[in-house]
Write a new protein. Structure first.
Length: 133
């Protein structure tokens, strides 16, 4: 059976970063579709990432989201994992890294759901505002 779609992170997912200066981190390109066991692992990682975020462990959340992204899978799930990792970078003050990810994802906007594209644009705007402080 198909896994339920993961929710798009909401405004509480991104807080005020510590610093507006940081070097961007590269995220590997998408992989091919993973086997079902990897999809279950991906779902577990997304849950762990959200739990870490709620607990204020943004670095742990970012690692979980990045690992979920690296497992591959359906485009929308991978995009949510990548967006979530970028949001965690922003929360840690890594504005440059977050902006690089938002820009890379927006270049592929034609393949993403409209709601996700709107979230990306909004998050990019927030990051740009923080980078000008």
């Amino acid at each position: 059976p198909a896994l339920p779609a993961l929710p798009v992170p909401s405004d509480p997912e991104v807080g005020v970063p510590v610093s507006a200066h940081s070097a961007p981190r590269a995220v590997p390109p998408p992989l091919t579709a993973p086997p079902p066991s990897d999809l279950r692992r991906q779902e577990q990682l997304m849950i762990r990432g959200r739990e870490c975020n709620r607990a204020g462990d943004f670095a742990g959340a970012q690692r979980s989201f990045q690992e979920a992204y690296q497992l591959g899978g359906p485009d929308e799930q991978m995009a949510i994992a990548r967006l979530s990792a970028a949001n965690m970078a922003l929360k840690q003050g890594e504005v440059g890294a977050a902006l690089a990810e938002y820009d890379a994802m927006l270049r592929a906007a034609a393949t993403l759901p409209a709601q996700l594209v709107e979230t990306l644009r909004r998050k990019k705007g927030e990051a740009l505002g923080l980078s000008q402080r």
